[in-house]
Design a protein around this ligand. Structure first.
Ligand code: MG
Length: 123
């Protein structure tokens, strides 16, 4: 059974890119454009991994991370940031984020990181 990945980003282009890349790698992909939408989906669907944009209007990325981890602590969360913000990344790691990916992505590195974190979570 393939893993289900939730992509959370306020930019449609990023959601579409990740959807295509991850689907072609064999994953089920659901996407959300906001924190509220993401949290609703996490409560309804069996999600294995979340790719979470840290910079979105409305709910802050760290707040979304906290709520996801409260709802479903087993979910692997990968943080996506457009630039290095050490304090935010440290706080995200404290709150249970598995890794951070810098935008713009290297697609091969991204796929490898997703596969690696899913393997680690199911081991
Ligand atoms: Mg954004």
């Amino acid at each position: 059974m393939s893993a289900t990945i939730l992509v959370v980003d306020d930019r449609a282009g990023i959601r579409k890119l990740l959807q295509e890349v991850l689907q072609s790698a064999g994953y089920e992909v659901i996407s959300a454009a906001s924190g509220n939408e993401a949290i609703t989906i996490v409560g309804q669907e069996k999600i294995d991994l979340v790719m979470l944009d840290m910079k979105m209007s409305g709910m802050d990325g760290l707040e979304i991370l906290t709520k996801i981890k409260e709802e479903a602590p087993h979910i692997v969360v990968l943080i996506m940031t457009a630039y290095e913000e050490l304090e935010v990344l440290q706080e995200a790691a404290r709150q249970g984020a598995a890794a951070c990916i810098s935008k713009p992505f290297d697609i091969d590195e991204l796929k490898e990181l997703v596969a690696q974190k899913l393997r680690a979570a199911s081991a």
